[in-house]
Design a protein around this ligand. Structure first.
Ligand SMILES: [Fe+2]
Length: 294
């Protein structure tokens, strides 16, 4: 049986990093994430936001908003790149993945197949840590970008593009309203990046982003493809999330299972995430809504 991320870290003498904690957060994002969470808290009740009233924000929150909107926009605002994951954790993921076979999804058409490792099925402990990480700092960024909160994580997986394959086929991530793609090791390849369609006849090439940065874009709405890697291997961490279910439920007047967070894992216990969503599911069957809180 292949070893888990936890076992890998124990062997490295770093067991404390197995569970999500603030050490996972990119240092630049760490300066602002608590303010961003506070701004997004009202969004947790409805999964979408009204217009943000800047006059009601604290100085720290205003600085966080200014920081967020000063980040790199791509393809006319269809995509945004922002620091997310601590480069130290990126390096540990790369090391952990070294002896892990990545497999293509044989159910997908050949044109769409990319070697991948689906965390939910291959290392559930790691999936849970990544889910907590996304809940804590990725979803608030999505809230700021789209004024919407995910209510379901479709998959969290590692993916590899190598120079053996031409650019991937243009596609929509049909199971992902809000896609997040983290660049784990830009030093291991040349070329790559992401092409995003801006119209039927135009597209913009988004160059490789720095280590630990995430590219946020609407996977289901933006036609996109992975650009060809020229040398080496491009390692990505991919999150697919959706948000439509809760809005449908709200429209139907159904309970969306919002409750205060009472427990948080690891070093995140002292952090200031005040509200969680019991209704956010973690890739299991949609009817079996997770009771998870972090
Ligand atoms: Fe995609």
């Amino acid at each position: 049986m292949e070893h888990t991320f936890n076992e890998f870290l124990v062997a490295r003498g770093l067991p404390e990093l197995a569970q999500f904690s603030r050490k996972w957060i990119h240092p630049e994002l760490d300066l602002h994430i608590d303010s961003i969470i506070d701004i997004c808290n009202p969004m947790l009740e409805t999964h979408h936001a009204d217009v943000l009233d800047l006059s009601r924000l604290t100085l720290n929150q205003l600085q966080a908003v200014e920081w967020f909107y000063s980040r790199s926009n791509h393809a006319g605002g269809l995509a945004l790149s922002i620091p997310l994951l601590n480069p130290t954790i990126c390096d540990l993921f790369i090391e952990y993945l070294q002896d892990k076979p990545m497999v293509v999804n044989s159910k997908e058409h050949e044109n769409y197949q990319i070697p991948e490792l689906v965390t939910k099925t291959r290392d559930e402990e790691l999936f849970n840590s990544l889910f907590a990480f996304a809940h804590y700092c990725l979803f608030p960024l999505m809230g700021l970008m789209w004024c919407k909160y995910p209510d379901r994580v479709e998959t969290i997986q590692f993916a590899q593009y190598s120079d053996k394959k031409a650019e991937t086929t243009w596609h929509h991530d049909i199971y992902s309203d809000m896609t997040a793609v983290v660049n784990l090791a830009p030093e291991l390849y040349t070329g790559g990046g992401t092409d995003i369609r801006t119209s039927l006849v135009t597209y913009e090439h988004v160059h490789s982003i720095p280590k630990g940065y995430v590219l946020l874009f609407s996977g289901s709405m933006s036609l996109h493809r992975g650009a060809q890697v020229e040398t080496g291997t491009r390692n990505l961490l991919v999150f697919w999330t959706t948000s439509d279910k809760t809005e449908t439920m709200l429209a139907e007047g159904k309970d969306v299972n919002i409750e205060p967070v009472t427990k948080m894992s690891g070093n995140a216990q002292n952090a200031s995430l005040k509200v969680g969503i019991k209704g956010i599911t973690n890739g299991t069957h949609p009817q079996k809504r997770s009771k998870r809180t972090i």
